[in-house]
Design a protein around this ligand. Structure first.
Ligand SMILES: Cc1ncc(COP(=O)(O)O)c(C=O)c1O
Length: 345
């Protein structure tokens, strides 16, 4: 870790148009989630509410703090947290709420912050899918409580591997700095100059979660092209929407992609035909994926406290992730569109 890590953090701050907020880069999004929850004061005996329709990194990060996972249902439109469902599972032990901006599309941010204010909860936004997405003209991370990003290999902006926490608190920034490097105090300034301080104190628990210069330099080269990547992905998502919007057998994402940094394109296949569509696409050598297997179905989390899962249980049987990458060639886009439409013809 050194000067490139600092430059990457500064470029993230500039890209997100942060004012008076701080970026702390880490080696993965998962470690960023862990540190963010610790900074929010989450620990043993606490509960954190998140959705089952989410990547298991969130649930494991909650467990790493010693807190318990509580899962609630999602909304049928943006597939983000259903705040009424979240309110139903809040208990005296609930410390924080961890909403996901699925596929890069913002969740019900107003509802989340209203609920958090009413119940006195911290908010850690999982913005791992949403680097560059705006809500009412403000980039996610530039407002609110704590936000977490991932720069892993498949993200819109990658550092090969990496993550970042954004907080508005200087105290939390300092705590994040310490915990990202084994609890070492007052070392970050030296390291940002590519120097090691040989006299230091260790003042808290900590992890080896820092981002290296080499990976940060990849992140720097990527973030310079973020607008281009996002715009190219928006074009593909809109082409998919135009092609599939009139197809009876599917439901397209509830977004026009204005202000959205699209991570994946998640189509919903109705009438139990998803597996047949995936097989049809594979026959045409078109890969498709599924995000996500619901976490309450995984053995380790099956006994975690949870609310009603009606929407989640239905949606996880409908979603299929179609090919999407930055600067995708038009003939690939056309092949995917033709592959899907030929199934329904
Ligand atoms: C929703 C979500 N949260 C967290 C993560 C964890 O990020 P990372 O892979 O950088 O650890 C991912 C990674 O795919 C994710 O999709």
């Amino acid at each position: 870790m050194g000067a490139s890590t600092k430059e990457f953090e500064e470029r993230i701050a500039a890209f997100l148009e942060l004012r008076g907020r701080h970026v702390v880069a880490t080696n993965t999004g998962t470690s960023a989630l862990h540190l963010a929850l610790l900074a929010a004061g989450v620990g043993p005996g606490d509960e954190v509410v998140t959705t089952s329709f989410n990547y298991v990194a969130d649930h494991q990060a909650i467990r790493m703090t010693g807190a318990d996972v509580v899962m609630c249902d999602i909304r049928d439109d943006d597939l983000g947290i259903d705040c009424e469902a979240a309110a139903e599972v809040i208990s005296k032990r609930t410390k924080a709420i961890l909403p996901l901006h699925f596929a890069g599309i913002p969740c019900d941010v107003d509802g989340v912050y209203r609920l958090a204010a009413e119940a006195g909860l911290r908010v850690v936004e999982d913005a791992c899918h949403a680097f560059g997405t705006s809500v009412d003209g403000r980039k996610i991370g530039s407002f609110g409580d704590i936000a977490v990003f991932s720069f892993d290999p498949v993200k819109v902006v990658t550092a090969i591997d990496g993550g970042a926490v954004v907080t508005g608190s200087e105290r939390e920034r300092d705590e994040l700095h310490r915990r990202r490097l084994l609890g070492v105090d007052r070392d970050t300034v030296e390291r940002y100059k590519n120097r090691r301080a040989w006299e230091y104190d260790v003042v808290s628990d900590g992890y080896r979660y820092h981002m290296t210069n080499i990976l940060a330099s990849v992140g720097i080269s990527q973030i310079k092209r973020a607008q281009e990547f996002i715009a190219s992905r928006q074009r593909v998502c809109r082409a998919y929407g135009a092609a599939f919007g009139t197809c009876d057998g599917v439901r397209i994402p509830a977004a026009d992609f204005q202000g959205v940094s699209p991570f994946i394109y998640s189509l919903r296949v109705l009438d139990g035909k998803r597996e047949a569509l995936i097989a049809h696409l594979h026959e045409r050598r078109i890969d498709a994926g599924i995000h996500f297997v619901p976490v309450h179905k995984h053995a380790y989390f099956a006994s975690a406290r949870r609310g009603d899962m009606t929407v989640t249980d239905r949606v996880v049987g409908e979603v299929v992730t179609l090919p999407l990458h930055s600067n995708m060639r038009q003939n690939f886009v056309d092949r995917v569109i033709d592959g899907v439409l030929s199934f329904f013809r």
